[in-house]
Design a protein around this ligand. Structure first.
Ligand code: ATP
Length: 236
């Protein structure tokens, strides 16, 4: 396992947002974390990236307990969060945004990686010298994902990449994720869009108000009627 979380408790003041959850992420796989609003999904990724400190529990990444480590140290270990809400730099060009994603790198393959993403996502190449803020919502999400990849993370967390996007664009974003997973990168995908997420994931966890209530292969979860009733409503 690349990541193993054991009995993790995270609190906002006296209130627990995560009540002792355990989950694991296998190297090279796409694991999804499903759950409704307020389930604690963002709290989990914020804790994994060091933005929040756990009250209890272990976060073993690559054999080392990183629980409570400062953010920059966790980032150096290869953990990257692509946060909710497409936080690109709108006044910078598409190219500059991509370059920023590589600020921690000292190798000479940065330009080659930029070209690789232009090739994978031609729209980014076509718009490379335009301000990123002029891209559509879906294109900005693609850029946000590619920028995160420019840091060459070992482990990428995507927090609700489909949020606020039209159904057709949502499909494109899931295709994007499916393509990057084929590169062998380990991904934790946080989603409310359970149906689409389970179609591309290997394994899934369901988080319900601070507790993991279900976990299984994505295929089994996809067929699970209880889950379908609770989480497939209104999805595409
Ligand atoms: P969403 O899909 O709406 O983003 P989520 O599953 O990511 O939801 P979290 O944002 O992790 O859920 O929130 C989990 C719980 O913690 C919720 O009950 C929420 O109200 C609470 N919470 C989140 N942020 C804070 C905060 N800054 N202070 C106090 N409580 C918070």
């Amino acid at each position: 396992m690349l990541l193993e979380i054991k009995d993790l408790v995270v609190k906002y003041g006296q209130i627990s947002a995560l009540n002792g959850i355990s989950l694991s992420v296998e190297e090279g796989k796409l694991t999804c974390l499903l759950g409704a609003n307020g389930a604690g999904k963002s709290t989990l990724v914020k804790t994994l990236s060091g933005i929040m400190k756990p009250a209890k529990g272990e976060i073993i990444f690559n054999g080392e307990n990183i629980a409570g480590m400062p953010m920059h140290q966790i980032f150096k270990k290869g953990i990257t969060l692509c946060p909710e809400g497409r936080r690109i730099f709108p006044q910078q060009t598409v190219y500059e945004n991509l370059k920023m994603g590589a600020y921690n790198r000292r190798d000479n393959e940065i330009q080659a990686d930029v070209e690789k993403y232009y090739e994978m996502f031609p729209i980014l190449g076509e718009r490379k010298n335009q301000k990123a803020g002029l891209l559509s919502g879906g294109e900005q999400q693609m850029l946000a994902i590619c920028r995160a990849l420019m840091g060459r993370p070992k482990f990428l967390m995507l927090d609700e990449p489909s949020m606020g996007l039209a159904p057709k664009i949502v499909k494109e974003i899931f295709n994007t994720i499916n393509r990057i997973r084929q590169e062998g990168i380990t991904i934790l995908l946080i989603e409310q869009n359970a149906k689409q997420a389970l179609k591309i994931a290997d394994y899934g966890y369901v988080l319900d108000v601070g507790y993991i209530t279900m976990h299984d292969s994505a295929e089994k979860l996809y067929q699970n009627e209880t889950l379908q009733k609770a989480y497939f409503g209104g999805g595409q």
